[in-house]
Ligand binder design. Structure first.
Ligand code: KIV
Length: 275
């Protein structure tokens, strides 16, 4: 049975922490699902870790849907969240609704995520009213990186902290079922978590959020361009992959790969007829 938004709410009420991980392709999503991670985010972070852009801004809705389809095909149990990319929910309520709908109809996911608080509240309300669960995203919002001046903690002044708490309340009131808090000082994230009834999901926001999210390339040690402070490497797959590639290259050069076990056989008598 696939995880649903009601179960996440219950987990918050019971104080049961949960994890979310990004995935962008079928094979990885299958593994994340098999491990029992309840939430998979097809994040627009794929712009950086999969497509090599230097921000999430160039990511298009067609690219997001392409990857969301693959992730959806790889999951049976996890709730799949499609990340609405830059400019797909800003222009009008109608655009936001149409694009959110595409994620479910074409992408096969169950919910969408979008960035912002009060400024997107009406869009959240209307998407939820159409039956599409919405996850919010506050704190450092990567689609506004140029406005914010790059990745940095949000909520360090009284005014900014009050704004963030207010935005979280507004998202809850608009019908969001959860909210990501990115690069939010831990005491503020704790306060927000206590003050709202929907689950908070932290990334660089301390241990007191109801859930945690990580970008899978960071967690696996796959992305060397930079390692954010909030990431913990649970594996060093970059090293594992590099040594597999060099070993393969060396074996091909030496003629020790492939061996007979890697190749199809045929009746040797057949070849005699060709000679
Ligand atoms: O795109 C993404 O991976 C995200 C997470 C950092 C929450 O939005």
């Amino acid at each position: 049975m696939r995880v649903n938004i009601g179960q996440l709410m219950k987990m918050k009420q019971q104080g049961e922490k949960f994890s979310m991980l990004t995935a962008y392709d079928y094979s990885t999503a299958r593994l994340v699902d098999e491990a029992g991670i309840p939430l998979i985010l097809v994040g627009d972070s794929l712009g950086m870790v999969m497509l090599g852009h230097d921000s999430t801004i160039p990511v298009t809705i067609d690219e997001m849907i392409h990857h969301t389809k693959a992730v959806s095909r790889g999951t049976k149990n996890a709730l799949v969240v499609g990340d609405m990319p830059f400019m797909t929910y800003h222009t009008s309520v109608e655009d936001a609704l149409r694009n959110a709908g595409r994620f479910l109809q074409e992408g096969g996911c169950q919910t969408v995520k979008l960035e912002g608080g009060e400024a997107v509240a009406e869009k959240v309300r209307r998407i939820v009213a159409a039956g599409i669960p919405v996850m919010g995203h506050l704190g450092y919002t990567p689609q506004s990186t140029h406005q914010l001046g790059g990745p940095k903690a949000i909520g360090k002044s009284t005014e900014a902290a009050a704004r963030l708490l207010n935005d979280a309340r507004i998202l809850e009131e608009a019908g969001a079922y959860a909210v990501v808090l990115e690069l939010v000082p831990a005491p503020l994230a704790k306060l927000v978590t206590e003050k709202i009834n929907i689950p908070t999901i932290g990334i660089g926001a301390g241990k007191d959020c109801d859930g945690q999210v990580q970008v899978i390339h960071d967690l696996l040690g796959l992305f060397a361009d930079f390692v954010p402070k909030h990431a913990k490497q649970y594996a060093k797959l970059r090293d594992t992959m590099l040594s597999a590639f060099t070993e393969y290259m060396a074996e091909v050069k030496a003629g020790s790969f492939p061996t007979d076990e890697h190749s199809p056989t045929m009746d040797a008598g057949l070849l005699d007829q060709l000679k």
